[in-house]
Design a protein. Structure first.
Length: 100
């Protein structure tokens, strides 16, 4: 069962920094590590949570088209969210998910 995104917030992910999030791309399993969870500012009056962003790291040279991916994280379960590649360099590839 996929965890509804409206039920997660910044605090949901902080304990999982450094943890593995597994997805599938082009038929292959891909492991990304959560390297950062940061708050993005104040909550809008009509919002259910404060906005936050997650940054995931993968191996250098990894390319994933931006889009919605289903992730599995052993302690959390399964989630689907939109990621965008934001970097690829000596430290590896980085992908960001923004939650508003």
């Amino acid at each position: 069962m996929i965890i509804p995104l409206e039920t997660v917030d910044h605090a949901t992910f902080v304990p999982h920094i450094g943890g593995a999030f597994i997805t599938t791309a082009a038929g292959a399993s891909v492991e990304l590590r959560l390297i950062e969870a940061r708050k993005l500012g104040h909550r809008r009056v009509d919002a259910n949570r404060e906005p936050f962003a997650l940054v995931f790291g993968g191996p250098q040279g990894l390319r994933l088209p931006q889009g919605i991916y289903r992730f599995s994280c052993a302690p959390l379960g399964e989630l689907e969210f939109f990621i965008t590649q934001v970097a690829d360099g000596p430290q590896g590839a980085q992908f960001e998910a923004v939650f508003t």
